[in-house]
Design a protein around this ligand. Structure first.
Ligand code: PHE
Length: 342
């Protein structure tokens, strides 16, 4: 909830809180109310480990929702796995997250799919076949997503003319962007988090780099356009849902969220809401009201109608779902472009 990805935590927490209130208002789980305990890990993996240990050993929680950023979910997941407390990530997309063990689940798609989505979008929709990649060496999410994009892009006949890196927290990207510019790419894929992405966009345009900017769900923040200004307009990114989706499930959620918080829910808020709802559904179905019972019921989640789509937890404890591509069209405005199915 603080640090350079603070909007991820804040948005997710809003979605989760709304879901928990809704569940409790409707009577809770077999007559028992869910109590929600939240801590801020400040965007630090070490802090995520401390917090999850505290949630388990002091607060005695029976299920954990989180984290958002994959590196933090991997770190925290090892603790949950060790104590055998089920953990459900709303939106960590790196494959390694659920590979930590049989206690770790997620309600989102994974990055081999997300990377392929943006490669296909670049080639099929934009008809752009010369790409550069600019990745965050410090984030498992960014490294994985970059690799999966490159793999699919090349397979589809695209050429990757540059593949360079930065380090999360950097503020000056000019030397890498200068070298990227010399290769003349049509698209620049930046699978990072919004703070760096915004700065990269600004500096790229300052240097006269004209490539279309592309990214992943890490762009999903109201701060993206605040930091990136006009430079990020016209960029495209893959995400978990669009608030413009006219289906009643989405529109009810959007209306309810707006009434409660006075803002349009981001993909993170929707994923947070769905994660809490899936957890509650598992708790209701559980054969015993224990972490073990909840874990087993989570593993059996099938065709749960979420705001972000139909959620079925597969053998690898991941959800298989379509992705949407959004275009950055104005300050805090991301408009729906297309849906890409697995
Ligand atoms: N998918 C990102 C990760 O794994 C986190 C994220 C999800 C960021 C949704 C923004 C929106 O690190």
């Amino acid at each position: 909830m603080t640090g350079s990805e603070s909007t991820f935590g804040v948005s997710t927490h809003k979605g989760i809180s709304m879901a928990i209130d809704e569940i409790n208002k409707a009577g809770g789980i077999n007559g028992k109310k869910i109590s929600l305990k939240s801590y801020d890990d400040q965007g630090q993996a070490a802090e995520a480990v401390t917090i999850v240990t505290k949630l388990i050993t002091q607060d005695k929680v029976s299920l954990i929702l989180g984290e958002v950023a994959s590196s933090r979910s991997i770190a925290a997941g090892t603790v949950a796995q060790q104590y055998k407390i089920p953990m459900l990530s709303p939106s960590s997309t790196n494959p390694k997250v659920t590979q930590v063990g049989d206690q770790i689940f997620r309600v989102c798609f994974i990055d081999p799919f997300q990377g392929a989505v943006m490669a296909r979008f670049a080639i099929n929709n934009l008809k752009l076949k010369k790409a550069a990649v600019f990745r965050d060496i410090k984030a498992d999410y960014s490294m994985g997503l970059a690799n999966f994009f490159v793999e699919e892009y090349k397979k589809m006949g695209g050429e990757v003319v540059a593949d360079v890196s930065y380090s999360g927290g950097d503020m000056d990207f000019k030397s890498q962007l200068t070298s990227i510019k010399s290769k003349n790419p049509d698209v620049l894929f930046v699978p990072g988090y919004y703070t760096e992405v915004g700065l990269v966009a600004r500096q790229a345009r300052e240097l006269g780099l004209k490539a279309v900017l592309l990214g992943g769900d890490g762009w999903d923040s109201e701060k993206l356009t605040e930091i990136g200004g006009d430079a990020i307009l016209g960029g495209y990114f893959s995400n978990h849902y669009s608030h413009e989706d006219q289906s009643p499930v989405v529109q009810n959620f959007v209306a309810q969220f707006k009434a409660r918080y006075g803002e349009v829910p981001s993909g993170l808020a929707a994923q947070g809401y769905d994660a809490a709802m899936v957890a509650a559904d598992a708790m209701k179905r559980a054969k015993e009201m224990t972490p073990r019972g909840f874990r087993d019921a989570l593993a059996e989640t099938k065709n749960f109608q979420g705001v972000t789509g139909m959620i079925t937890i597969n053998e690898q404890r991941n959800a298989v779902k379509p992705a949407v591509v959004l275009k950055v069209v104005g300050p805090q405005k991301f408009s729906y472009v297309t849906t890409i199915n697995p």
